[in-house]
Unconditional design. Structure first.
Ligand code: NAD
Length: 401
């Protein structure tokens, strides 16, 4: 159980790029990173594309005015000169800026936490991965709900064979907030999401499905996709070629099959993330509408509802527990869990503690790489008319160069 006691010797000096007043995701980062004030301390930021608004915002959340910067380049330069300069930075800006800001941050000797989808291409990720290795830095990716402790419960039960051999994987991440064209006109955050120059090669495949895809890998680390078929649509035609809905069928190497539905036009849908794993003996199901519950359905027996914080759960699940039973936990605690793991990873990297790094389960740069690879393969299939394609291996850095 986590109670805020320190896991590293002192909190890391941390900054944000983006995440300002009008940002959708900024507060999630701060509730995650600052939940345990023993992990991170927010000391600087280039919070907004608009300097004055970003500065006012930074001051309002307690950052010194002189450390609220007009842009990330100035921030990295000025912070580098300080003895108490930042050690880690979060990048919470639109997708098309991630690559250049990540690169600049690593070149400035910072650990990086970056939003998903990490970059536009696997080549970019491999280049940055090499740079991070050279610099001895961590790059974490904020697949927020992956920090939910029931993911670790699913992983443990699958590993122990509680559901038997996996046969069917059903994944879903949908919402209905972009059901009409109006959304694209009035929301800045929606406008860039349907602009390929800023969003990248996809809309919902990158924006939504990368989360649940990573979670599926987290709970079933041995399940590798062999081929997939992706059919993507733009129900709001002005969004083409970017999709607002997609179905993906998967064939796994062990013979299992899967399907993924991702959508921003699932009208009326408010809680849209679902994972159902069907095995030869039983099934497991998790919905983000009840994130502290897991449905465990053994064929021929009454279904069981496993509830978080209970002693019958696996130790790895209860290790990420915060509030104990009787109360509701959800997205904020999941973010706090991944940020705590980022802090532990950064500290271990700084100390050269390979054992901690090898045993820590968190969304690292490889998770970012897999997300980009997933998008690339889905788009490759969809753009050839929804055909089956081999799930291509990411090329090695040597092949890329
Ligand atoms: P947004 O449009 O709501 O906010 C973007 C913010 O970045 C704004 O504050 C803007 O002023 C700022 N910004 C843009 N360019 C900047 C720059 N060069 N320097 C400094 N600030 C800059 O976008 P959003 O919905 O918050 O999405 C941002 C990123 O977060 C995207 O990559 C998105 O995919 C991701 N996201 C992730 C989650 C999650 O659950 N992990 C949720 C939402 C968004």
């Amino acid at each position: 159980m986590l109670n805020g006691e320190k896991k590293i010797s002192r909190p890391l000096r941390w900054a944000m790029v983006g995440g300002g007043r009008l940002s959708q995701v900024g507060y999630k980062h701060r509730t995650g990173a600052l939940r345990d004030n023993t992990a991170f301390q927010l000391v600087a930021g280039a919070f907004d594309i608009d300097y004055e608004r970003g500065k006012e915002f930074g001051v309002n959340i307690g950052v010194d005015e002189e450390r609220c910067y007009p842009d990330y380049k100035t921030m990295f330069l000025e912070e580098h000169k300080r003895e108490d300069g930042i050690e880690a930075v979060t990048i919470a800006t639109p997708n098309g800026t991630h690559y250049e800001i990540c690169k600049a941050a690593l070149e400035a000797d910072l650990h990086v936490i970056c939003e998903k989808p990490l970059f536009f291409t696997t080549e970019e990720v491999l280049e940055i991965k090499e740079l991070a290795e050279q610099k001895g830095k961590i790059l974490g990716v904020t697949y927020g709900y992956s920090g939910n402790q029931m993911m670790m419960q699913m992983r443990a039960m699958i590993e122990k064979g509680d559901i038997g051999d996996i046969r069917i994987v059903e994944l879903q991440y949908t919402h209905g907030f972009s059901s009409t064209e109006e959304a694209d006109k009035f929301s800045d955050a929606q406008k860039w999401r349907v602009d390929p120059k800023i969003s990248g090669p996809s809309f919902v495949l990158g924006d939504l499905s990368t989360h649940t895809y990573y979670m599926s890998q987290l709970i079933m680390p041995d399940m590798k996709i062999k081929k997939l078929l992706c059919d993507r649509q733009s129900f709001i035609s002005s969004r083409a070629p970017l999709e607002d809905n997609a179905f993906v069928m998967m064939h796994y190497e062990n013979g299992a099959v899967g399907r993924f539905w991702t959508s921003a036009v699932n009208a009326g849908c408010m809680d849209g993330q679902r994972i159902r794993i069907v095995g030869s003996k039983a099934s497991l199901e998790w919905w983000d509408s009840k994130p502290g519950e897991l449905s465990y359905e053994i064929q021929g027996q009454p279904a069981q509802k496993l509830i978080r914080a209970m002693p019958y759960l696996d130790d790895s699940c209860n290790a990420d527990e915060r509030l104990a039973a009787l109360h509701v936990e959800g997205l904020s605690e999941a973010w706090a869990n991944i940020y705590l793991k980022f802090a532990i990873a950064i500290d271990a990297k700084n100390r050269g503690d390979h054992e901690t790094l090898e045993n820590l389960i968190y969304p690292d740069i490889n998770a970012g790489l897999e997300g980009v690879r997933w998008i690339e393969n889905c788009v490759r299939s969809a753009d050839q008319g929804a055909i089956w394609v081999d799930f291509e291996d990411v090329p090695t850095a040597q092949e890329v160069n």
